[in-house]
Design a protein around this ligand. Sequence first.
Ligand SMILES: Cc1cc2nc3c(=O)[nH]c(=O)nc-3n(C[C@H](O)[C@H](O)[C@H](O)COP(=O)(O)OP(=O)(O)OC[C@H]3O[C@@H](n4cnc5c(N)ncnc54)[C@H](O)[C@@H]3O)c2cc1C
Length: 534
Amino acid sequence: MIRINQLALEVTHSHGALKKKAAKLLKIQEPMIAGISIVRRSIDARKKDNLLYSYIVDVKLADPKKEAQIVKKAANNNIKIETEVPYQYPKHGTEKMKHRPVVIGAGPAGMFAALSLAENGMAPILLEQGDPVEVRAKKVGDFWKNGYSHLDVRSNVQFGEGGAGTFSDGKLNTLVKDVSGRNKKVLELFVETGADEEILYDSKPHIGTDVLQTVVKNLRMRIIEHGGDVRFNSCVKELVIEEGSVSGVKMEDGSIIETNHVILAIGHSAREFFKTLNEQKITMEPKAFAVGLRVQHPQSMMNLSQYGREDAGELGAAPYKVTAKTSSGRGAYSFCMCPGGFVVNASSEDGRLAVNGMSYYKRGGENANSAIIVSVTPDDFPESGPLGGIEFQRRLEEKAFELGSGKIPVQLYGDFAENKMSEAFGNVTPQICGEYAFANLRELMTEEMNQAFIEGMAEFGRKVRGFDRPDAILAGIESRTSSPLRIVRDDNLESNVKGLYPCGEGAGYAGGITSAAMDGLKVAEALIMRYNRF
Ligand SMILES: Cc1cc2nc3c(=O)[nH]c(=O)nc-3n(C[C@H](O)[C@H](O)[C@H](O)COP(=O)(O)OP(=O)(O)OC[C@H]3O[C@@H](n4cnc5c(N)ncnc54)[C@H](O)[C@@H]3O)c2cc1C
C-alpha cells in the first residue's frame, strides 16, 4: 500500500479530487489507481481565506508490483510504502478458569473488556449497578426536567449502561500512543455498532450522545451474542477475598457470585465502592486532577475565530483547545469542549451538584462550551490518604448545590471577575440541561484558584477574541474531570489482591471514552493470554 501524507485539498473539493490529486503526486495516470482510502483528515485553517483539508491516504494500485518503482519516481518525503498490521486478539493461554470472569461496570472500559472476553469464548458476566441505556436516558431526562426529587443515584449521567460518557459529545480523540492498534480496533468496533465511518479518519472524531445510545445497545447485544451475560441493577457491594486472592463478588442483595477473576471498571465516581475497597485493603493512592467552571460562548464566535467565518457550514461547529500556565504555578486549560452543545447537570449524589458538557451528533446548538479547569494536587485535598480527593470533590459539589439551591449555579464572567451576583444574561443565551439559577461562583473554589481561573480567561481572551467577554456564561462546579485516585496494578495488570484487575478511568489508567475502552481491551488481553476458553 502506498501512503501519501499531507495531501491538501480545498474544503469544498469534489469527491473525485482526492484520486486526481493522488495520481498527480504519484506522477501516474488515474486509472492506475485501483482504490484510495482516507487514513486521516484534518482541517488546516491557518489561512482563513483558503481553508484546506489535509489528508493522509492509502493508495492501492491496479498493479501492486509497481509500488516501489512509483514511490521512487515520485521522490517525495510524504510518499512511502505502508504496511499496517491490523489489531489481533492474542493467542489463548493454557491455564483453566474455574469460574466465569466478572466485569464490574458497563462503561467503555467494562463493555470493551467484556466484549473481548466474550469474543474469545470466556463467557464473562458484566455487572452494572444502573439501568439499560433506554431506561437510563428517560431517568436522566426526568432529572434534568424536575430536579433532585427525580435523581436516581444508580442511573444518572455518571452511572448506568454505557457509563459516564453516554450523555456526552462523545469525543473519541485520545492522547494515548497506540502502538498496539487498540485505538483503531476501538473505533472500528464503534463503527460496527452504529457510529459513522468518518470517526476512523477524522482527526477529531466524535459520535454525539444520540448515536452513542444506539452504539451502547448494540455493544450489549454483541456481548450477549458471543456468550456473555449482561446484568443491570446489579450493584457489587464488596469483594470476597481469601488468602490474598479474589474468590467472588458480593452483591447488594447479599448473594455471592463465585469468580477468581474480576475486572474492576467502576469509573471515577464510584465513591462508596472506593471506600469499601480501601477498607478491604486494596492498594490505592491519591491522584492529581483538575476542577473549574464550564464556560459558554456563541458558537458563531468560535467559528469566526477558527475558520474566519461565523457559519461553519460543511466543516461543522469549530472546536477549540486553550491552555495557560498561571502565576500560582497551576495550569489552566479547556477540558471536554462541546461544539454546538449543552451544559448538563451531571450529578450522581443527593445534595451535591456537578456539571459537564454534551452535544448531539450534528453539534447544531447555538453555543460552544468547555470546562475551564485549574490543576489540583493531593496538597489541596482536605484529608490525606487515597480518599482525600473524593472529600475535596464532595465539598465543592455541596457548595454548588447550596449556592444554586439545588439548581445549577450560573454567573456572567464579567460579574465573576468583579465578584458580584448577575441579574440578567447578556447576548449569550444559556444552553443548559437541568434547572439553573444565578449565584456568585466566587464562593465555590479557593480565592487562589479563582485567580488562576481569571488569569487563564484573560490569557485565552488574548488567543481567542472574545473568550473573556463579560457576558460569557459560567456554570459550576466541574469536579469530575478524572479519577481522584489510582488503584495500583502490577505488570500483569493485577492489584495487590490476586485476580483483581483495576481498569479504566476510575482505576486511574484512562481519561476519556477511547482510552478507557483501550484499557478494557488491554486488561482482557492479559486474561486471554493466560487462560484458555471457558
Ligand atoms: C457528561 C460527560 C461527558 C463526557 N464527555 C466525554 C467526551 O466527549 N469524550 C470523552 O472521551 N470522554 C468524555 N467523558 C469522560 C468519559 O465518559 C469517561 O472517561 C469514560 O466513560 C470512562 O470510562 P470507564 O469505563 O472507565 O468508567 P465509566 O464510564 O464511569 O463507567 C463505570 C460504570 O461502572 C458502574 N459501577 C460503578 N460502581 C459499580 C458497582 N459497585 N457495581 C456495579 N456497577 C458499578 C457505573 O454505574 C458506571 O456505569 C465525559 C464524561 C461525562 C460525565
